[in-house]
Design a protein around this ligand. Structure first.
Ligand code: PLP
Length: 387
């Protein structure tokens, strides 16, 4: 059903057979990125035929990892709209502002995209039990997709994660562990607990396929704009799978002959209290360093260490993009502005993109006529306890 050929280490010259269960590159510890026979796909796969299919993640199945469609675990993820934001745009003096609304996904966040892909592929390769460290939303999504697949999920979450994330995991009957500390502490406990078991760990970029689900946002963006990518993409960045995935998708689509060489300038938005990517970008570093004392009310941005740091920085630099850190104090106000001007009750992570937009317009980094897309990564209905 697909054109998957091999897995390639992101930071080392190693390749692997994709039809085996594997997480990181065993030789280098680097993330593994799925590669496809793009020349063959270019001659066989017609973007116009694909665009006629039902609007969901699996419309792009040839560029996703699952071999046999019977293994697809779906709750209706993907295919969420790009909507114009004329009132919010006018507020900032922008003529072409849009939102890609991933808040409409199952479980109320775009984590559904990555976990639909990863759970489907893992189940195809024989996995029956999963484990995940999470700031909150990824745990909710894993719990949902594991339940849908008839598999077991073990979720490790900071004890101060939003109550709704605790509830949505418990609701599925998943095994929930509340951890003292942050997502990286949860990661350590999850890895410890998984030792000697058959639990498959689906931590961000530590298995090859969550990034594939999230890359589809890049395909959908191109499709929504008539195969001409916008000028600026503003993305709230934690582990960075969406950023890395979309950058990969743009490259794939160009090789498929679906788009040209125009790329959006990619903007990573983080919170001032946890901004390892923004800091490394500003300092011209090749990789991110752990952020000490990470603190922000936007839980999805509270990721002090990310294995995809180098990949994110590459996307920012190659696209001539940038990194922006915003203060927590700006988030509730930006959230309310978005809801008042467009009727969209978005997550605090999304509010960070609105705050960043304000800053980039003030600095004239964005021109009033450019096509700008902010990513709504989660619904405000997944209420943060801090509101
Ligand atoms: C996880 C999450 C993010 C960060 O996404 P990454 O792809 O990990 O960078 C942003 N917003 C929300 C609502 C999230 O749940």
């Amino acid at each position: 059903m697909n054109y998957l050929t091999h897995l390639e280490a992101a930071y080392a010259p190693h390749t692997y057979d994709p039809d085996q269960l594997i997480r990181l590159c065993p030789q280098s510890g680097s993330p593994l990125l799925p590669r496809y026979d793009l020349a063959k796909a270019a001659s066989e796969l017609d973007r116009d035929e694909v665009s006629q299919r039902p609007s969901n993640l699996w419309r792009f199945r040839e560029m996703l990892p699952v071999r046999d469609p019977q293994y697809i675990v779906t709750l209706g993820e993907g295919g969420k709209p790009v909507l114009p934001l004329p009132r919010l745009g006018a507020h900032f003096g922008l003529h072409q502002l849009y939102m890609k609304d991933e808040g409409q996904n199952p479980t109320g966040s775009f984590k559904a995209l990555g976990l639909s892909a990863a759970v489907s592929r893992a189940v195809e390769l024989g996995v029956t039990e999963f484990v995940i460290p999470t700031a909150g939303n990824a745990g909710g999504a894993l719990a949902a997709y594991a339940a849908r697949a008839g598999a077991k999920a073990h979720v490790y979450m900071p004890q101060d994660a939003p109550r709704i994330n605790v509830l949505e995991v418990q609701m599925t009957g998943a095994d929930l562990h509340l951890v003292a500390g942050l997502i990286n502490d949860a990661g350590r406990e999850a890895a410890e607990a998984a030792k000697g078991t058959n639990w498959f760990d689906v931590s961000t970029l530590k298995e090859p396929y969550r990034v594939e689900g999230k890359k589809i946002m890049g395909y959908e963006l191109a499709l929504a704009f008539g195969w001409e990518l916008p000028d600026v993409v503003i993305y709230p960045t934690g582990g960075g799978t969406g950023l890395v995935g979309m950058w990969k998708a743009f490259d794939e689509m160009e090789k498929l002959g679906w788009i040209g060489s125009h790329r959006p300038r990619m903007v990573a938005v983080q919170a001032e209290g946890c901004a390892p990517v923004v800091r490394a970008f500003a300092e011209g570093k090749a990789d991110t360093e752990a952020w000490q004392g990470a603190a922000t009310i936007a839980g999805g941005l509270r990721v002090p260490v990310a294995i995809g740091g180098r990949l994110m920085l590459t996307a920012l630099r190659e696209s001539r993009g940038t990194g922006v850190a915003v203060a927590d104090a700006q988030l509730p106000e930006a959230q309310r502005l978005f809801a008042m001007s467009e009727g969209v009750f978005a997550s605090l992570e999304t509010a960070a993109t609105v705050a960043a937009l304000s800053k980039l317009v003030a600095e004239k980094w964005i021109h009033p006529d450019e096509r700008v897309v902010i990513f709504n990564t989660g619904s405000g209905l997944k209420l943060s306890d801090s509101l």
